[in-house]
Design a protein around this ligand. Sequence first.
Ligand SMILES: [Zn+2]
Length: 200
Amino acid sequence: MERARPHLTRRRLLQGAALTAVPFALLPGTRAAAAGTRTVDCPAAEWAPASTANYTASSRPVSHPVDRVIIHVTQETYATTLSIFQNPQKNVSAHYVVRSADGHVAQCVREADIAWHAGNWDCNTRSIGIEHEGWVDRPDCFTDALYERSAGLTASVCARYGIPMDRAHIIGHHEVPGTDHTDPGPDWDWVRYLRLVNFV
Ligand SMILES: [Zn+2]
């Protein structure tokens, strides 16, 4: 983030003014911004990339069909989850993280790439992983905004890959074969969530 930079000098401001005369497309920063925009698969998401050490680069759905959405709960705060995904030592990531308070969505891994979220390689290769800020024993974290924004995201994913919007294809981490994870837990309202996914 550049916004908080405290030492924005007059000289720098003037340089900035001079740059406005340069054609928009020739600015290196503009190209970087454009590339960043292209990386987000869901237009409403903010790009918050995971370390490249924490997922497998791929070319889905050409390399692997995508036919599942896997729902997770972080057991960490939103900010801590993003920092874990950015830590190359952690060996974990998900495509998206949804913030509890307002449903804000961060995209951490491109959908074409294989995020490491299910603890099961076959499931990882065929799924989009969505983390939700919260704890399995704290249903107050599952806000209206979180359900609504997540459902919109899942509906978008399902529409783009032709995934049926049902419980056979939108599953919890606890339903991944061989897992010992319990998320999203008994307080996750699947009936409500599936209704939202189907009617957004
Ligand atoms: Zn999980």
